[in-house]
Design a protein around this ligand. Structure first.
Ligand code: 5GP
Ligand code: ZN
Length: 111
């Protein structure tokens, strides 16, 4: 499997893993854009939201990100969960992932 995020799931390349359950893995982004910047991924390889067929998968990723926001102490202040999909949105890693961003003021609309 030539997917970097699948390799992180398999522990064949290192990452700062912060949480895991049967369906999801969360690890810190290598190039953080906020004091908290965590990537939440399904353990199942799905390239992007466009290929996601089971809506329960998206629900699990979202709830996992929400629980991490609580653990990171940013749930009350505010945080953002972002899924970039394909080129114009800036997706660079083609294993579905949600960015959990928080710990600073965030502008709207996003760039
Ligand atoms: P995208 O632009 O696809 O939404 O986000 C991909 C994210 O993956 C980027 O924020 C990038 O910094 C992060 N990333 C890319 N390679 C690695 C890596 O090897 N390890 C970790 N922890 N994050 C990575
Ligand atoms: Zn993958």
């Amino acid at each position: 499997m030539d997917c970097l995020f699948c390799k992180i799931i398999a522990r064949s390349i290192p990452a700062t893993i912060v949480a895991e359950d049967d369906h999801c893995l969360a690890f810190r982004d290598i190039n953080p854009q906020a004091p908290t910047h965590i990537l939440v991924i399904p353990k199942e390889h799905v390239p992007s939201l466009n290929e996601m067929t089971d809506p329960a998968l998206a629900g699990r990723v979202l709830a996992f990100a929400r629980d991490l926001a609580v653990k990171e102490g940013i749930a009350d202040r505010g945080y953002r969960v972002v899924i970039n999909t394909n080129a114009e949105a800036g997706q660079t890693m083609f294993h579905l992932h949600a960015h959990l961003l928080g710990g600073r003021e965030q502008g709207w609309p996003p760039g």
